[in-house]
Design a protein around this ligand. Structure first.
Ligand SMILES: C[S@@+](CC[C@H](N)C(=O)[O-])C[C@H]1O[C@@H](n2cnc3c(N)ncnc32)[C@H](O)[C@@H]1O
Length: 211
């Protein structure tokens, strides 16, 4: 029998395709301990997958959409991770300030966004980078996953048509220039950029907070 909580679980098919490669990259980037704040967690499938794979960290999932937050909580319950993971936070990256539980802000080591900045206005990327810099301690990491243009060009035909389809859905969306994101990060003290190529022409990038 399906419980009513189970009915809240959403399935985002891309998470099944990319969770292993993102997880492999994270295994080289995440600290052994500390809190990870994931913004724009969507269904919550990544959050529960990574909480299981990296049990030393405390994975705080969040999303601006209350339906997605319900899905995250339903996945946490379904995976019996309620003792390890806090419930989803309803957080919009544009919020001023970010209202983060004290336990998370005290232990925060990583802010991560998977597939957000191209499916949101540029102001979301700006706010995300600024807030990450504000809340992360020295050495803390901002991690971003998704497709990027490099040297002002698309890196594949599929990214170019994806970009077009995003802009048709919303003119404020679109595949971002890696150089613009790097500049945003550098301007707020997030540097030492680490870039890893992942399947399907996606990148995972990590920028660490300077002293
Ligand atoms: C393409 S989905 C990606 C979800 C998930 N990270 C994944 O890769 O499956 C984009 C997510 O960003 C969330 N989102 C959009 N704008 C946001 C904002 N301003 N603040 C926080 N989350 C936002 C949406 O609700 C949605 O869950």
């Amino acid at each position: 029998m399906t419980s009513s909580a189970d009915q809240n679980r959403l399935y985002f098919p891309a998470t099944e395709r990319n969770r292993a490669s993102i997880g492999d990259a994270l295994s080289e980037m995440l600290p052994e301990q500390g809190a990870v704040l994931e913004v724009a967690s969507g269904s919550g499938e990544h959050a529960v997958t990574f909480q299981r794979r990296f049990p030393g960290v405390l994975w705080q999932a969040s999303d601006s959409d209350p339906i997605h937050c319900k899905s995250i909580n339903a996945w946490i319950a379904h995976e019996c991770l309620g003792d390890q993971m806090p419930p989803a936070l309803q957080l919009d990256v544009l919020d001023q300030p970010w209202l983060i539980p004290e336990k998370i802000s005290v232990e925060l080591k990583v802010v991560i966004a998977i597939n957000l900045i191209h499916i949101a206005p540029w102001s979301c990327c700006q706010s995300l980078v600024e807030k990450a810099s504000e809340y992360l301690p020295t050495g803390g990491l901002l991690i971003l996953y998704g497709p990027y243009r490099r040297n002002r060009s698309h890196t594949s035909m599929s990214n170019e048509s994806f970009d077009q389809s995003l802009r048709e859905r919303n003119p404020a969306w679109g595949v971002r220039d890696l150089e613009d994101v790097e500049t945003l990060c550098r301007d707020v003290g997030l540097g030492n950029m680490h870039i890893v190529q992942l399947p399907a022409n996606n990148l995972i990038i990590g920028a660490s907070k300077a002293a």
